[in-house]
Design a protein around this ligand. Structure first.
Ligand SMILES: [Zn+2]
Ligand SMILES: [Zn+2]
Length: 161
């Protein structure tokens, strides 16, 4: 069940449309999908439940849900846009090897904006923070290349290569 939180910004007329069945399913799948799925990944999940859905419909509804402050776009440099079922401010860590995005379980750091205030002429409205790293799976793969190579070599040996 999704609770629609009151949003400080007035939603645009387009965004105040009622929650359609498609939008409901998109939202449910966004909550269910591991990590922060792309629209394409969500589309694949939604289509299994609502076959006539188009990718365009998924995009459009994600934009509307984002305007309503129910979901959040995850902006990542150079990567395909991902979507977040958590609308409140939080930080991310992105795997530089496979692109996986995880939430970081720390409270937003108020000191970040305080430190910036003296050195910018802009009024600060918020900030996004993305950490870079390597996920457990990629780290594991990087740490154990020997196992694979050995397996391959053993096979080659039996073939007398
Ligand atoms: Zn990874
Ligand atoms: Zn997130």
């Amino acid at each position: 069940m999704v609770t629609i939180m009151s949003n400080a910004q007035a939603p645009s007329p387009r965004a105040s449309l009622r929650m359609t069945r498609q939008r409901q399913v998109i939202l449910e799948e966004l909550h269910r999908a591991p990590g922060h799925p792309t629209a394409d990944e969500l589309y694949a999940r939604v289509r299994r439940r609502l076959p006539p859905t188009s990718l365009g419909t998924v995009y459009r509804n994600l934009e509307i849900l984002s305007e309503l402050g129910i979901v959040r776009k995850v902006e990542l440099g150079g990567a395909q846009r991902r979507w977040d079922s958590r609308a409140e401010q939080h930080y991310h860590v992105r795997c530089v090897s496979c692109g996986r995005v995880d939430d970081v379980q720390v409270k937003p750091l108020p000191g970040v904006q305080g430190a910036l205030r003296p050195v910018t002429e802009c009024e600060l409205l918020g900030h996004r923070l993305e950490f870079l790293g390597r996920c457990p799976r990629c780290r594991h793969e990087a740490a154990t290349p020997q196992r694979r190579v050995r397996g391959t070599r053993a096979k080659e040996d039996t073939h007398g290569a």
